[in-house]
Ligand binder design. Structure first.
Ligand code: BTN
Ligand code: 3PY
Ligand code: ZN
Length: 649
């Protein structure tokens, strides 16, 4: 029983085992391990059936879901070589040289990160990505430059709402897709969070993300690291290079991965009336990022403001002024960004970001399938098997329906973003946020106040986390009925939101031209702002101490990645661990069951370890007794089981 239990232990299989694993896991000596795992999943399902998933606010019980079709592949065949093999063969410098000499346009597929972050509130679960991953890697409809699979908001949302370990997601995806470059979005000093973290946390985070977790063979011997992120896309929410330097240097010096540094695009460089974010501003920024050691340069157009003619001008100028390959990222919130791509491609951009068609458009990226069609016959065409790619769009079209409560309400492109400069991911969030505050009817005012808040602060780049501060200010102005002029006149008497105080103090860094002095003083009310790096005001993390505290709190030996999750999101992480104690590993539940529970006589198969699945069928439940408890009946591998759940309705 012991060896079987050990081999079946999910942590053990997934490389969580350490040398202290067996002494630390006396439960391996107990046979009821399987029973326990099944019971916890039943407890989760019973709870969702009786009380709903707290993350699902508007469940539609009449919905039915289709089974997504995964394009078939030969699992015994060879995985074709891809961009990651090219990177490993050529090394970083050779790879960058290859990229510069390559005429064909390169594609980054953002489906696994930004696309669902921007359309489905980041809720795409690992299982829906994993189910199609091997097929995508084996069939390789196009020779992708990279897939964006991690970072941004996915880290927080995985832990907070999906109850998944983001590191496990990375490891699973890496194992399923060994041949394509994986890239992540890193917010420089802000990591994958909303505030500046100590440098040593950012350094450890990058090292761990690049290396991935240790893998073990069936005898428990170390097999080596799984590998993780091959390309770090690094940005700062104020375009402040000082906030990006540690990240760029760490990727360069402590890993074999590529450091891609971002220019976040704001304003409109073709508008002579706008004097801050000019062509010269971007050229200077690009040169500084090149000197800071970036291997690639990204233009991160998070709000979709880069118009076609501006793209032509910007790419043409950057081509002349810097020698780095250029990677273009945009959001199609206005609806015209495929025209921007065509102009950028004609001007010599190296790589463009696209999302599979069924998760593209509007606040997401332009559609991969359609851009491929646009490029047919173009001198820079990079051939893709479009009929095959379309089948992956079909897969995600079906999967997308599972996430209906998280769909954004934007129905059509909007030209208001040219005035508001609201990033794609935030735009889709703003309306539900306004509704939560009872302000939905004033949505157009909120949009105007967003632009007003930006002017009040001194005109800044707006992207996570600076965009959140501007959004908080817009909500504050709207709910208090304040105009821009009111704030300027009565600011001394207003108690501003904490995030606004923090921004004005210097906690997110500095902006080009400095913050608006008058507003800064009104917000800080005598408190002194600072202009050096936020990290100078933060204690480095004592990882030995943190590990001790972790052992005491969670009674297990932490991996470095657990410590990192915990340090980035202490409260969210503690709740995640508590959830896992109660319900076990829910990441392998099919998504409809995870969000909506089961209908009577509905049966699911759930993988609980390699080659082991359990069959769970929901039978029925009793009425609530006088204490409010219900008995929920299931069949688990043919045996009837009951779970008691308090009905909280
Ligand atoms: C229970 O929890 O009531 C016991 C049922 C568990 C059966 C275990 S689950 C893992 C393994 N795979 C199977 O198909 N059966 C066993
Ligand atoms: C993020 O930081 O999550 C973003 O996607 C910014 O655009
Ligand atoms: Zn984006």
């Amino acid at each position: 029983g012991f060896l079987l239990n050990l081999l079946e232990n999910q942590d053990f299989q997934e490389g969580k085992a350490t040398v202290r694993f067996i002494p630390d896991h006396p439960e391996l000596m107990n046979l009821p391990n399987f029973r326990d795992r099944g019971t916890r999943l039943l407890r989760y399902l019973a709870d969702v059936i009786v009380n709903d998933n707290p993350d699902v606010k508007n469940k539609d019980a009449s919905r039915t879901f289709l089974k997504p079709v995964v394009p078939p592949f030969d699992p015994y065949g060879q995985v074709p070589k891809g961009s990651r093999d090219r990177l490993l063969e050529l090394g970083r410098d050779g790879f960058v040289d290859w990229l510069k000499s390559e005429n064909r346009i390169q594609y980054t597929d953002t489906t696994f990160r930004d696309a669902h972050q921007s359309l489905l509130a980041t809720r795409m679960r690992m299982i829906d990505l994993l189910n199609v991953s091997r097929s995508y890697a084996y069939n390789q409809p196009g020779d992708l430059f990279s897939m964006e699979v991690w970072g941004g908001a996915t880290f927080d949302v995985a832990l907070r709402f999906l109850k998944e370990d983001p590191w496990r997601r990375l490891r699973k995806l890496r194992t399923a897709i060994p041949n394509t470059i994986f890239q992540m979005l890193l917010r420089g000093s802000n990591g994958v969070g909303y505030k500046a973290y100590p440098d040593n946390l950012i350094i450890k985070f990058i090292e761990e993300a690049a290396r991935g977790s240790m893998l073990y063979d069936n005898e428990g011997r170390e097999k080596g690291y799984a590998g993780g992120i091959d390309l770090f896309r690094i940005f700062d929410s104020l375009n402040w290079v000082k906030n990006m330097e540690v990240s760029i240097k760490t990727v360069r010096e402590n890993t074999d991965s590529l450091a891609e540094a971002c220019i976040c695009y704001s304003g409109d460089l073709t508008n002579p009336g706008k004097t801050k974010f000019t062509l010269q501003y971007y050229i200077d920024l690009a040169k500084r990022l090149e000197s800071a050691g970036a291997h690639l340069l990204a233009i991160k157009d998070m709000a979709g403001l880069l118009k076609p003619l501006a793209a032509r001008e910007l790419i043409t100028a950057l081509r002349e002024e810097v020698s780095l390959p250029i990677h273009l990222h945009t959001h199609d919130t206005s609806g015209i960004q495929s025209a921007t791509y065509l102009e950028a491609i004609n001007a010599g951009v190296d790589i463009v970001d696209v999302a599979i068609n069924s998760l593209s458009g509007l606040t997401s990226q332009p559609g991969y399938n359609s851009i491929v069609a646009m490029m047919q016959g173009h001198p820079r065409e990079n051939p893709v098997d479009l009929p095959l790619l379309n089948r992956y769009a079909d897969y995600f079209e079906t999967v997308r329906n599972y996430y209906y409560p998280f769909e954004t309400e934007l129905r059509a492109g909007t030209a208001t973003i040219y005035d508001t400069e609201i990033p794609g991911g935030q735009y889709s969030n703003l309306r539900p946020q306004a509704r939560g505050l009872g302000l939905e009817e004033q949505f157009p005012t909120i949009r105007e106040n967003y632009a007003a808040a930006n002017r009040l602060f001194g005109d800044l780049v707006k992207v996570t986390p600076s965009s959140k501060v501007v959004g908080d200010m817009a909500m504050f102005m709207t709910s208090n009925g304040l105009t821009e002029a009111d704030v300027r006149e009565r600011g001394n008497k207003l108690d501003f939101p904490d995030s606004v105080k923090s921004l004005m103090r210097g906690d997110l860094g500095q902006i080009e031209g400095g913050f608006d002095k008058q507003v800064q003083q009104m917000v800080l009310k005598g408190e002194e702002p600072y202009t050096d790096r936020p990290n100078a005001h933060l204690e480095p993390i004592d990882f030995d101490q943190v590990a001790k505290d972790y052992r005491a709190e969670f009674e297990e030996e932490p991996r470095m990645m657990d410590l990192l999750s915990q340090q980035l999101y202490p409260k969210v992480f503690a709740e995640f661990k508590e959830f896992q104690q109660e319900y076990g590993e829910v990441a392998n539940l099919p998504t409809p069951a995870f969000f909506y529970g089961l209908k009577p006589n509905e049966e699911i198969l759930v993988r609980i370890s390699a080659g082991k699945r359990i069959a769970i069928k929901y039978l029925n439940m009793t009425n609530a007794d006088e204490l409010g408890n219900r008995l929920v009946f299931f069949s688990l591998n043919g045996q009837t089981r009951s779970i008691t759940v308090r009905d909280r309705s």
